[in-house]
Design a protein. Structure first.
Length: 340
């Protein structure tokens, strides 16, 4: 097959017809490979992609959107681009949407409902075919914008009633389960380290409190809350505060693994034996948690799977299909390791 470029006679912009001529197929097939790649064989798609790269073809998305009333884009709003939890969530989203020809408009809300509102206003101006949004902590203006736009919306990470579309886990139940595990090991003065204090952290805190209350082990002195973003360094700082405020604490539930890792490192520095003197548990089961010493007990959350399933649900909505179920609970697991 010749790879010679067709002669371009229309001001320099390469067309689908020219790509088709180069590959030896039809313009319709080239269009299908670009917009619905799953409908084209791997071999043909590779040839078309090679021709696109060789000829420098750029799709005219504005024209296509006008012709089809579709933008082939999805807005994805997450609280942080530096947090591993949300980068794994994004991987699941992208693996679904990119395979169906959709671009993702990624918005970093920085845990701010007002920033989220600003991003939603901007992205709706691009007429996305759908929106994936983290949690339910939106401003009233954001809720109104999404409602009046009539764009399909799926919420991620948290769950609500069946009037919404959502994929996630019960954060309250996860907090309760980890605290119940610590109680089952005989710990009674169980503290809680909370950072960022977004709705998911506060739901975990509520579950922690409920478990302690049911066991008549309320321990308000052991609650250390800080609105600063979660980090290993913050874990070191919050442990110092805890030891001054509640020196008799015998177990500690950290709202995120990075806090717990900071606690473990600081315990090693201070000569505090884990779990003999202080048990430590985290949340999210980050990769490092299985490799530190002692290994970290934590809650495993299916971040990639949540992103993947949320994107799949949104695809159904964008095709005017009704997902079943409309609220998908992917659960969590208490991973018991050496630190408790």
């Amino acid at each position: 097959m010749s790879t010679r470029k067709p002669r371009i006679t229309h001001g320099g912009r390469v067309t689908l017809t020219e790509i088709a001529q180069c590959v030896g197929t039809s313009a319709i097939t080239v269009s299908r490979a670009i917009n619905e790649p799953h409908r084209v064989s791997d071999e043909l798609r590779a040839r078309i992609e090679s021709a696109i790269a060789t000829l420098g073809y750029l799709p005219n998305r504005a024209a296509r959107a006008l012709a089809s009333a579709r933008s082939d884009s999805v807005a994805v709003l997450i609280p942080s681009l530096s947090n591993t939890v949300f980068t794994e969530l994004l991987e699941g989203v992208r693996d679904v949407l990119h395979g169906h020809g959709y671009r993702t408009l990624i918005g970093d809300t920085r845990y701010s409902p007002d920033e989220e509102e600003s991003l939603i206003r901007a992205y709706l101006g691009h007429s996305p075919d759908g929106v994936l949004i983290t949690g339910f902590d939106q401003t009233e203006a954001t809720k109104q914008l999404l409602s009046t736009s009539r764009v399909p919306v799926v919420h991620m990470m948290e769950l609500m009633d069946s009037t919404t579309y959502a994929v996630g886990l019960q954060q309250y139940d996860a907090g309760l389960a980890m605290t119940s595990h610590l109680l089952s090991r005989g710990y009674r003065r169980i503290g809680f380290l909370g950072a960022q204090l977004d709705p998911r952290v506060m739901q975990r805190l509520a579950g922690y409190r409920a478990a302690l209350n049911a066991a008549n082990c309320n321990y308000p002195a052991g609650e250390i809350l800080d609105a600063t973003p979660s980090s290993i360094g913050l874990g070191v700082h919050l442990l110092d505060r805890l030891l001054k405020q509640a020196p008799d604490c015998d177990a500690l539930f950290c709202c995120n693994d990075d806090l717990a890792l900071g606690v473990l490192f600081e315990c090693q520095r201070r000569g505090i034996r884990v779990p003999q003197q202080l048990a430590v548990a985290g949340f999210n089961d980050l990769a490092a948690s299985a490799w530190v010493s002692p290994t970290l007990t934590t809650i495993a959350t299916p971040r990639y799977e949540i992103g993947h399933a949320a994107a799949a649900m949104l695809l159904q909505l964008m095709k005017h299909e009704l997902p079943d179920p409309t609220v998908l609970d992917l659960g969590f697991a208490v991973v018991v390791r050496e630190s408790t």
